[in-house]
Design a protein around this ligand. Structure first.
Ligand SMILES: Nc1ncnc2c1ncn2[C@@H]1O[C@H](COP(=O)(O)OP(=O)(O)OP(=O)(O)O)[C@@H](O)[C@H]1O
Ligand SMILES: [Mg+2]
Length: 479
């Protein structure tokens, strides 16, 4: 079984780190030491850490930022902050942010430090126990094919679990690309019908005349082209599940017929005069506002209530930002495996870009972006150049075609400034990426002296730390 790290020491001060290391050895805690925020982040994103002892002052990052990352990212780690004397306010705000406790250095009694760490470990283990009890799924990050760890998705998982075994009709709503079809599949798989057919029909894709015959079947000769009897999807799905996708697009004439099936449990083929009983569980999905369609008289209210016995709403990706990197790594693995390419790292600037982008196409758009990146990438790390320009935005990195980008909407001065800033950021970022953030080597490559180079990267607001560890990894170890 995978075992996490019991103590992570985040301390830039050499001698202090040594003291804590000795303590960890004495108490036989498995431990690691990070010298700065970036190193610590890397460990947090790769490993399960029980307790982190973090100096509030760190090079590059503040301990507060790190604490925020841990808490916002829903990491289970208990954090103890180390502050200098006379900084009680910071300690208090750390507690407010979710730190377990704080210590003031220099320590007057190292035993007290050990006691506090032990207490924090106890709390960590207690919380874990409670979580395990609360959750009956084995993996909190994935449910069937659905990936996501935010609270809203956890609620979705719980709802699926509780409704799947029933025969209730479920209305799945959510914007395009939020995973409605995945949810429908998960419901089927978790139901007693799992070994029976799961059939999908996209009601928007089929013309009215054909839709009826698709759903209910037809008799030979019932219309031109009906050269033989044909079973409808209701019959095909007998004892299984039928997923009516884009239900909002079903024309009124067919809405009536659907209603009848729901009420009577019987279907009648086009051109037939006998009804046949079917045992089908219905799931429906839409990205339309059905309440509005009802008001406009385009969707039958009685059908709506029949279908909407249970409603399940999927949140758009922008409302679950904490899932973005998790999903990105998952798609990296999925498409990497498919294309037989080992790509398992995402640079920090790409992660940030993904985090800040407005995903109107939701998870589908993110998946397409990562798939494209896997196709384009050389090596094992996704960099900004592997993202499409619309996702990078024109404010940050300049793409090849940017030299000819039409900037005439700006004054000459503004256009000139923008192009120059863009060029500088892109040039410097590429150089720093190639040199893993090493300023000496980068400046040499640029043919500049180090101090001038530093001035320029400062001017364009570039943080070299971002390039130091381009393999920030959100994939948590499992098992
Ligand atoms: N939570 C998720 N985890 C993993 N993959 C997901 C998730 N949500 C969506 N996807 C992927 O995104 C794509 C779109 O998902 P899906 O077809 O279920 O969305 P949808 O809500 O039905 O979209 P539309 O309304 O456009 O039909 C699929 O490739 C699916 O695998
Ligand atoms: Mg769909």
């Amino acid at each position: 079984m995978y075992k996490g790290i019991e103590l992570l020491i985040v301390e830039d001060d050499e001698s202090m780190a040594k003291v804590l290391e000795r303590l960890a050895k004495e108490y036989k805690w498995s431990y690691r030491v990070a010298r700065n925020g970036v190193e610590a982040l890397e460990i947090f994103n790769r490993e399960v850490v029980e307790v982190a002892l973090m100096d509030i002052k760190l090079p590059g990052f503040s301990g507060m930022q790190l604490l925020e990352h841990v808490k916002k990212g829903n990491f289970a780690t208990e954090v103890i902050i180390i502050t200098g004397v006379g900084t009680v306010e910071t300690a208090v705000s750390a507690i407010k942010l979710g730190a377990y406790d704080y210590l003031t250095k220099p320590f007057d009694d190292i035993r007290k430090v050990a006691v506090l760490i032990e207490k924090a470990r106890e709390r960590y283990q207690l919380v874990q126990k409670i979580k395990t009890l609360e959750r009956n799924t084995t993996d909190q990050f994935q449910f069937e094919e659905i990936v996501g760890k935010c609270n809203k998705m956890q609620e979705v998982y719980r709802l699926i679990e509780s409704i799947a075994p029933t025969n209730a009709t479920v209305m799945i709503t959510g914007e395009s690309g939020t995973g409605k079809e995945l949810v429908a599949r998960a419901i089927h798989r978790r139901s007693v019908r799992k070994d029976k057919p799961f059939i999908i029909i996209n009601c928007a894709a089929i013309p009215e005349q054909l839709l009826e015959s698709e759903l209910f079947g037809h008799k030979k000769g019932s219309f031109t082209g009906a050269i033989a009897d044909k079973k409808g999807l209701f019959e095909e799905a007998d004892h299984g599940t039928l997923f009516l996708d884009e239900i909002g697009e079903v024309p009124p004439s067919i809405q009536v017929k659907l209603l009848r099936v729901l009420q009577e449990g019987e279907v009648r083929a086009v051109g037939g005069n006998q009804s046949r009983h079917v045992d089908v569980r219905l799931l429906a999905a839409t990205n339309k506002d059905l309440a509005k369609l009802i008001k406009e008289g385009r969707f039958r209210e009685d059908l709506y209530y029949r279908l909407n016995v249970i409603s399940l709403h999927l949140p758009p990706l922008r409302e679950r930002a904490e899932d973005i990197s998790l999903l990105a790594y998952n798609f990296l693995k999925k498409h990497g495996d498919r294309l037989k390419k080992t790509v398992d790292k995402i640079s920090v600037d790409v992660l940030q870009t993904l985090q800040n982008y407005n995903w109107t196409g939701n998870v589908r758009e993110l998946e397409n972006t990562m798939e494209r990146a896997v196709v384009l990438v050389n090596g094992d790390t996704i960099y900004a150049k592997d993202l499409p320009p619309n996702i990078l935005g024109d404010s940050f990195y300049l793409t090849e075609e940017a030299g000819v980008k039409d900037l005439t909407q700006y004054s000459y001065q503004d256009a000139n400034d923008k192009a120059l800033a863009s060029f500088n950021r892109s040039y410097l970022a590429n150089l720093l990426r190639q040199t893993s953030g090493n300023i000496s080597i980068a400046s040499e490559k640029a043919g500049m002296d180090r101090s001038n180079f530093k001035k320029i990267i400062k001017k364009y607001n570039i943080d070299t730390l971002e390039f130091k560890h381009a393999d920030l990894h959100m994939y948590k170890n499992k098992g």
